[in-house]
Design a protein around this ligand. Structure first.
Ligand code: 6PG
Length: 532
């Protein structure tokens, strides 16, 4: 018996995706999934652990090719970079024209474009699919961003669409996904948060998968997803630091605040899991878990790619860039050790700091604050900052799509991010609505909901940034969001002076406000102006 699809790489993501595929393919057509791993024993162990999946285990790329019905489809779930190249090379050796290689890893989109060009020389299709949702998403239903030709998408759609997350429509709520239960057959199912399985047949399902363009488009959109993810996480972390520092709330108390926020416009997976993390107690010490984690953040690179690509495209993505830099700063131990000699207000953001501050018996840094007012102000600041991070991300998608001729539908992108992925949020419905109302929307800023929300929240963002600056609490993402906001609404920016400076030292020329043309001032001569 042959398999309809193969999965290469049986790490956690690959295993879970393969199980998800097996479940849906078997239900639909009795079709099977073949799995292959360079570590063949690992693939065999997966098949032994999950007999219900009825995997066909391949012992080599050639064996995998022989087990797949044509035109063959193989999904790579291996590490981005050299491992992906090597797996592609192995498949090109044994696949035939018309077969499809799918890269489901977090590959750099320019690598995907280049790999596609190479693989197509053998007549083989290459499709880059951004897959978001982590381990649980891979098993229960990820959000998937597909980049490839129309013909490849037609072949892949019946295979991938059934395994994608489904967003509920109509009520404005993103599907919850922290809660999940194992059903009697070992399948993970969505839960309604109280442990009761949700019958997906009851809701109007919308599959969180879309064809977002050719070649590198899928990985490009996934990259931006991750850039927004970095910004969202950093903004939430800054809100936590502020609530702790300004109000002295414990992590568990902040968790309660976040749970409350999660019932409103900030409802999102990241707020939901943040409350879980903050409420967790370290078993070894009895301390809040967040206080025993080293404050040095890792990064696999996708946030940095978003920023570099934004710079290349000339798109300002300052809040995302600050989120990436904040991780770098957190890990810069030598730099930070020199910081102990620097002055400023005491800015307790952890239990250690709180103890040190009270031992030092320092004077309070500012006037007493009203708890409810601070919480509401920080909530509004967080929501406003989050909108601005999305504005930046969607601007970059639009610019990238234009640069590469992808014709990416931004409304579709928002639609497939409403469930399954890490940044899923109630708020995505608003973005979908905005693009549905005006498919040619130039920016989220041109939509009245986002304008109204920003106008309603800007004062809170301003107050929060000012308060944090006075208190010495670092809030780079919130501060950059505010500067981005003010930069956009400024009718006349300081860039005029920068143009003057450029012309002075480099004859870089400038335009004038009062007439068209290109001009240069003879700075080292008589300072008269010439038109070029
Ligand atoms: C997702 C995640 C996933 C992964 C990130 C983490 O959408 O499922 O974004 O891709 O968790 O790569 O990235 P960092 O290690 O850089 O935080």
């Amino acid at each position: 018996m042959s398999a309809e699809v193969g999965v290469i790489g049986t790490g956690v993501m690959g295993s879970n995706l393969a199980r998800n595929l097996a479940r849906h393919l078997a239900a639909r057509a009795g079709a099977r999934v073949a799995v292959y791993d360079r570590d063949v024993e690992r693939a065999q162990a997966l098949a032994a652990e999950h007999p219900e999946a009825d995997f066909l285990v391949a012992s080599s790329p050639a064996d995998l090719a022989s087990k797949l019905s044509g035109p063959r489809v193989a999904i790579l779930m291996v590490n981005a970079g050299a491992a992906t190249d090597s797996a592609i090379n192995d498949l090109v050796e044994v696949f035939e024209p018309g077969d499809i290689i799918v890269d489901g890893g977090n590959s750099l989109f320019t690598d995907t474009i280049a790999r596609g060009e190479t693989v197509r020389q053998a007549g083989i299709e290459f499709v880059g699919v951004g897959i978001s949702g982590g381990e649980v998403g891979a098993l229960e239903g990820p959000s998937m961003m597909v980049g490839g030709t129309e013909s490849a998408w037609s072949r892949l759609r019946p295979i991938l669409e059934p395994i994608a997350a489904r967003a509920e429509t109509g009520d404005g709520h993103a599907e919850s996904s922290v809660g999940h239960v194992e059903s009697s057959d070992g399948r993970a199912e969505s839960s309604d948060g109280d442990g009761a399985p949700v019958d997906r047949a009851q809701v109007d399902p919308e599959s969180c998968i879309a064809h977002v363009g050719t070649d590198g488009a899928g990985h490009f959109v996934k990259m931006i997803h991750n850039g927004i993810e970095y910004a969202d996480m950093q903004l939430i972390a800054e809100a936590f630091a502020l609530l702790r520092s300004r109000l002295g709330l414990t992590p568990s108390e902040v968790a309660e605040v976040f749970r409350e926020w999660n019932r409103g416009e900030l409802e999102s997976y990241l707020i939901e899991i943040t409350a879980e993390v903050l409420d967790h107690t370290d078993a070894a010490t009895g301390q809040p878990f967040v206080d025993v984690i080293a404050d040095s953040a890792g990064a696999k690179g996708t946030g940095g790619w978003t920023v570099k690509t934004g710079l290349d495209l000339g798109v300002p993505v300052a809040t995302i860039a600050e989120a990436v830099s904040a991780r770098s700063l957190s890990a810069a131990s030598v730099l930070r050790s020199s910081g102990t000699a620097l002055d400023g207000p005491s800015n307790a953001t952890s239990a250690d700091d709180e103890a040190r501050t009270s031992a030092d018996d320092e004077a309070p840094t500012s006037a007493p604050v009203d708890r409810d007012t601070v919480i509401e102000t920080v909530r509004q600041a967080l929501f406003t900052g989050k909108i601005l991070a999305y504005v930046q991300g969607f601007h970059e998608i639009a610019a990238g799509a234009q640069e590469h001729g992808w014709n990416t539908d931004l409304g579709e992108v928002a639609r497939i991010w409403r469930a399954g992925c890490i940044i899923r949020a109630r708020f995505l419905d608003r973005i979908t609505d905005a693009f549905e109302a005006d498919p040619k929307l130039s920016s989220l800023l041109a939509d009245s909901y986002f304008q109204d929300s920003l106008n309603a929240g800007q004062q809170a963002l301003r107050d929060t940034v000012a308060d944090a600056a006075s208190a010495g609490v670092p809030i780079p993402a919130l501060a950059s969001a505010l500067s981005y906001f003010d930069g956009i609404r400024t009718s006349r920016s300081s860039a005029a002076l920068v143009q003057g400076q450029r012309d002075f030292f480099g004859s870089h020329t400038y335009a004038r406000t009062d007439r068209s043309g290109t001009f240069h001032t003879l700075w080292s001569g008589d300072r008269s102006e010439v038109q070029l």
